[in-house]
Design a protein around this ligand. Structure first.
Ligand code: ASP
Ligand code: MG
Length: 432
């Protein structure tokens, strides 16, 4: 049994959906569970729509219509010859979306999950119907019945054991219910990114569809997982900032976890742990060039040293916090500072402390950072630097570092044996 995950870019238009069908037909044999994200940039669009309804913006209804038109255009292209049940399913989802949006000012955080989850429900209904229409018979499964979480609507914590029971049970029901198609193979299609606390829908955090693939694979002891992407695999840098970025052929789970922890955005960081625990290999492959090998992430770490990897985080702020009573930075003020940060939904990308001050590098989330600073200003003096970048280099050597930092102002430096990290002023690219 295998798991395939297709992200938003792989289902962004009718042509891409046809390509998904081609990949499933061409590259898979045996039981397959397919996880699909929302189409194109639908999740971002739904987040904006939710904001528009929360603040009663005038264009709020048009912004929903744009999402509808986007999906209907794809359906018109995929199902040109008239009737398909999927039109009704999509219509129902838009009715549901409108209801959730209208209630959004009253339903608080829960509105987020209600609204945002519609993206994955739309995409999986459309892709599943298309596959069926071209003879790739599949079962649409509702991830809200498979992925069990706590009640946080925006970044719920998954109960792996409970999810595993549900998933295995669902699989058994499908098989006894006669869902095996050609050559006794089961093909299941489900939504990434969403789950349920038993009552309400929840989401696993942005880009969480990879994690869904990991949970399914772990639950069913998959042979392997493939994440199909618009890049040739995992690269040693983001080509946006480093045009000479190269594909990494093989790396260990441990190395991939480190890279995604430091901000390499190819795989959702939570995806790898369950796979590592069961030693299930993960392939990152290109849906544009499926014959290319892509990247294999597995147990063997013998190739980890072969690549120097660069992770650039732009638009950073460095907040330095100094107790006004000249006390030392100790456990009690640390816990106050981190509590204030998490209340604003902020995360530390790098932390450095000395006896009298603590410096934290974070994504510049505007108002939230301001609120964080304000909430501490009673007991601390705050210094603040904006317009910075955080660069992480794995498996560095001195020459690389010199070249990287030439002419840059470094505000913070942290080095361990394998990893060097720098907070520098200005944006960052690397041309050579
Ligand atoms: N659609 C969700 C997002 O864009 C989940 C995902 O793509 O993994 O964040
Ligand atoms: Mg996405």
């Amino acid at each position: 049994m295998k798991v395939y995950k297709f992200g938003g870019a792989s289902v962004k238009d009718a042509e891409s959906v046809r390509n998904v069908a081609h990949i499933i037909e061409e590259y898979n044999d045996g039981e397959l569970w397919v996880v699909v994200s929302a189409m194109g940039k639908t999740t971002n669009a739904l987040e904006s729509v939710l904001e528009a309804y929360r603040h009663q913006f005038e264009n709020r209804e048009q912004s929903v219509e744009r999402i509808r038109t986007f999906h209907e255009d794809i359906m018109r292209d995929l199902f040109p010859f008239g009737e398909n049940e999927v039109w009704n399913e999509v219509e129902d989802l838009f009715i549901q979306l409108k209801e959730s949006l209208e209630q959004a000012p009253d339903t608080g955080h829960q509105a987020y999950a209600e609204v945002i989850s519609i993206g994955e429900l739309l995409s999986t209904h459309i892709v599943s119907a298309y596959l069926n229409s071209v003879g790739i018979l599949n079962e649409w499964a509702d991830a809200r019945e498979l992925i069990c979480t706590d009640s946080r609507p925006e970044e719920a914590k998954v109960d792996l054991k409970k999810s595993q029971q549900r998933i295995q049970q669902h699989r058994n029901e499908l098989i006894t219910g006669g869902a095996l198609h050609e050559e006794d193979e089961l093909l299941v299609m489900t939504q990434g990114f969403i789950g349920s606390n038993g009552e309400n829908v929840t989401t696993l955090g942005r880009e969480g569809s990879d994690f869904t693939a990991g949970i399914l694979a772990w639950s069913l002891d998959a042979q392997e997982v493939s994440i199909w992407k618009d890049v040739p695999g995992m690269l040693n840098a983001d080509p946006k900032y480093f045009p000479k970025a190269q594909t990494i052929e093989k790396l260990s789970y441990k190395e991939a976890i480190e890279l995604s922890y430091y901000g390499a955005s190819v795989i959702h960081p939570k995806t790898l742990k369950p796979l590592q625990n069961k030693n299930i290999p993960l392939y990152v492959r290109s849906f544009n060039d499926p014959d290319k090998g892509g990247t294999l992430i597995h147990e063997d770490d013998s190739k980890d040293q072969d690549h120097t990897s660069y992770i650039f985080k732009q638009n950073q702020v460095l907040v330095s916090i100094i107790p006004t009573d000249f006390s030392f930075i100790m456990e009690d003020n640390l816990s106050e500072i981190f509590k204030a940060m998490s209340e604003q939904g902020l995360r530390a990308n790098l932390v450095q402390n000395s006896a009298l001050s603590l410096s934290i590098c974070l994504d510049d989330k505007g108002q939230r950072v301001d609120d964080f600073r304000d909430s501490l200003s009673g007991s601390f003096r705050i210094l603040y630097n904006q317009g910075l970048s955080l660069v992480t280099v794995r498996h560095y050597d001195e020459k690389t570092i010199q070249r990287l930092l030439e002419g840059r102002e470094v505000l913070v430096e942290q080095r361990s044996r394998q990893t060097a990290r720098y907070v520098v002023r200005g944006g960052f690219t690397l041309s050579t």
